[in-house]
Design a protein around this ligand. Sequence first.
Ligand code: G1P
Length: 288
Amino acid sequence: MKVKKAVLPVAGFGTRFLPATKSSSKEMLPLVDKPLIHYAVKDAIDAGIEQIIFITGRGKRAIEDYFDISFELEYHLKFHGKEDLIQDMRQISDMADFVYVRQKEPKGLGHAVLRAKDVVGGEPFAVILADDVVENKISGTKQLVDVFDRYHCSVLGLEEVPKEDVSKYGIVSGKEIENGLFKLDNFVEKPKPENAPSNTAIIGRYIFTPKIFEELEKTSIGKGNEIQLTDAILSLSKKEVIYGKILEGKRFDCGSKFGFLEATVEFALKDKEIGKEFKEYLKGVVEC
Ligand code: G1P
C-alpha cells in the first residue's frame, strides 16, 4: 500500500516565538516569502502524498486561508494585470486535498496524531512537523517513503545531535543494518543526557502503519504531562519492526529562534531574486 496521506499537527501555541505568536500561528512565520507550513506541505507533496490532514486548534484560521482560494486577492491581482501571480496563488491551493481536524485541548503530539484516526483509516501515513525544515534534493518525507516501500514498516527520520541536546528530542537506539538505516529497539522522549540510550534523535518526519492508533489509544500521560508519540512508538515496537533513517540534507530547527534565523539567512542567500544582494549586505554587516 502506498503512503498517500500526511498528518500535520499545527495546534501548538508557539510559545518560543511569543509575542509574535500571540495572535498568529507560528507555522505562518515566513522563511523569506513562504510560511513554514508551505515547506512542510511541499515536503509531503514531493513524496507523492495527496491528502494533507491538519490537526488545528484555536487561532489557526490563517493556515486554512493560506491553502484556500482567495477570490478577493485574485480579483485585485486581475484588476492590476498581475495574471502570473494569480497562477502562483492557485498553485498553492491546488497542491493537495486539505482536511482540517480540531484538537480541542493541547494534550501533546500523540494526542494530536490520534485525532487523525478516522480520516486516515486503515492506511499507512506520514506525520510531518513543520518546525523541522529539511533541505535536500530528495524531500525528508520521500526519503522515509522509500524505506517504507521496501519494508512496509513504520520509519522515523533521524539525526545525530550533540549529547547536551538530547533532552530536546525523542531519542532512539538500535542496530544499523545498512549505511544510515537502523532497526530500532528503544525510544525515550526527551531524556536527560545521562539516561539517553544514544544521541540519535527523532526529527519531525515519520511514516506509520495504522497500528500506531491502537497504541496511541492506550498511551497514558507521559513527559511534560502530555500524551507522547514517542511512548506509543515504543509500544508499537513490541509488535512490529520500526526502522529509522538518518535523513540526508540539512535540517533547520525552526521551532527555535536560532534555527529559524539560520534557515532565514540560508534561504535568503539562495533566493534567485535577492540572494546576491543579500550576500553583499551580510558581508558588510559582519565586517563591522
Ligand atoms: C517533538 C517530539 C520529539 C521529536 C521532536 C522533533 O518534540 O515529541 O520526540 O524529537 O518533535 O522535532 P517537540 O519539538 O514538539 O517538543
